[in-house]
Design a binder for this molecule. Structure first.
Ligand code: CTP
Length: 452
């Protein structure tokens, strides 16, 4: 199925000149050694998809070296990376010998900026493309690409002669790209690597693609085959799968379009890869819909929106299921604490806030809680409790007393623990309108000491 269109995407025009020059150098180094060099992965896809003729915004590059049947010990990719490193000694060279891959990374380089280039050796060992065309130009690159996830991600541009600059489409990626479809390369792809289900939904939403119908069936059957149970069985030795799944989930939850991706995952039952009881019902959808506005309006420092979104996603699970999922995904201990305490703290606040209390008293009540836990409570609580907690998080939490420790010192207080207590009382009186400015705060403190 290799393409016969002889498409020559104009890399020279589409890449930054410095990147193009770098690729030319790599092609020369590869050619001198009698090997072939291919540009692969997302950059090829994005290059073909881009509707404008401008340059691609700083892509990281994935390259594959085809060392022409040098066998299983082929380290062409590592050798090429090492040769390139000699020309660019300021880059950091990372070699992953086991996988015959290397990476060169530039950090704020004056010419290249921040750039990462992955160089792999074409791998042929485990799959043979079932309908391999006998007159393919290089079987190694074809087999390497066949191990990948989707046809649109298995397009490649050869950078060495002959046919340098030409697009190779072994698996119909170009047709899929034009009809905006994500099609998996082989039936076992999602069983081999379930994170591809998550990647697929991310691409589908980002690129506005549909999932081809057979591919949908493969996803459903991979999920139904019990991916979750299998990873659970290997617990407590945390499986690599969960680590990759967490990385992909984090990537998704950091995008602007995270919620549509979760919705697509749910449609294919794929949230079950996180926990078999995880389902986006209308309540959970509502919770997720309100989280971003709340995060924005609270303006709290040091929040990780992706982690908060994930914690909210887990709120519909039972306590036991939440804990299992958090441990599986190796989330930070604070997440475990928050999601373990959520229901209890929610109940406590329902009771405490069911009677009328002053703003100052509310702040005294809420101050000891982790603000992120309160954010979750604001999301799950009914409207009265929710609006009180939201007011605390957006406004009251930021209010400071009009005097500080220096004022207490000049009033003759010896520095110590009592400062905190006095200032807490000053703050409450401020919130309740008893203190209105610095002078009334000083009066208040004097009165506390019996001088008033
Ligand atoms: N790949 C894969 N299976 C995975 C991860 C990656 O087959 N689980 C392959 C795909 O061919 C992909 C390439 O490795 O195109 C590079 O991976 P990555 O850089 O993660 O993806 P990109 O397609 O470049 O996506 P993005 O634009 O999001 O960086």
């Amino acid at each position: 199925m290799e393409n016969r269109e002889h498409i020559q995407p104009n890399l020279e025009e589409r890449l930054r000149p410095e990147l193009w020059a770098l690729l030319q150098i790599m092609a020369r180094l590869t050619q001198e050694r009698g090997w072939q060099l291919y540009l692969v992965g997302g950059v090829v896809r994005d290059l073909l998809l881009a509707t404008n003729r401008g340059r691609l915004s700083s892509p990281d590059l994935d390259l594959v070296v085809d060392g022409a049947d040098r066998g299983n010990d082929d380290k062409s990719g590592v050798e090429l990376a090492t040769a390139l490193h000699e020309l660019y000694p300021t880059a950091q060279l990372k070699i992953h010998g086991k996988f015959q891959t290397a990476a060169l990374e530039w950090d704020k380089d004056p010419i290249l900026g921040s750039l990462s280039i992955d160089i792999a050796t074409a791998r042929t060992e485990s799959y043979a493309y079932p309908a391999a065309n006998p007159d393919v130009i290089s079987s190694s690159i074809q087999a390497d690409l066949y191990r990948r996830d989707f046809t649109v991600n298995a397009l490649t541009i050869r950078l060495t002669q002959p046919q340098a600059g030409e697009l190779f489409d072994f698996f119909g990626g170009l047709v899929d790209l034009r009809s905006k479809q994500l099609r998996v390369l082989h039936p076992d792809s999602f069983i081999d690597d379930p994170t591809r289900i998550y990647r697929g939904m991310r691409f589908a939403v980002r690129l506005g693609f549909t999932i081809e119908s057979q591919t949908q069936l493969y996803i459903r059957s991979a999920v139904a085959s019990g991916i979750y149970e299998r990873t659970l069985a290997t617990y407590p030795k945390v499986p690599a799968l969960q680590t990759r799944l967490k990385a992909e989930l984090k990537y998704i939850l950091q995008t602007d379009y995270w919620l549509p991706i979760l919705e697509r995952l749910d449609e294919l039952d794929a949230l079950k890869c996180l926990h078999p009881n995880l389902k986006l019902d209308s309540q959970l959808r509502q919770r997720l819909q309100s989280i971003d506005n709340l995060i924005q309006s609270t303006n709290l420092p040091r929040l990780s929106p992706w982690l908060i979104r994930l914690e909210i996603l887990l709120t519909n699970l039972t306590l036991v299921d939440r804990i299992t999922t958090i441990e599986q995904l190796q989330l930070p201990p604070e997440s475990l604490t928050r999601l373990s305490e959520l229901d209890r703290s929610h109940q406590t606040l329902i009771t405490a806030l069911s009677v009328e209390i002053s703003t100052g008293q509310i702040v005294r009540l809420l101050q000891p809680y982790d603000p992120i836990l309160l954010l979750s409570i604001a999301i799950i609580a009914e409207s009265k409790i929710s609006s009180i907690v939201q007011q605390y998080l957006t406004t009251w939490i930021h209010i400071k007393p009009p005097i500080d420790g220096r004022d207490l010192k000049s009033l003759g207080y010896k520095p110590g623990k009592q400062y905190q207590q006095i200032l807490a009382n000053v703050l409450i009186a401020t919130l309740d309108g008893i203190i209105t400015d610095r002078d009334s705060a000083i009066e208040f403190v004097k009165e506390l000491r019996g001088e008033g």
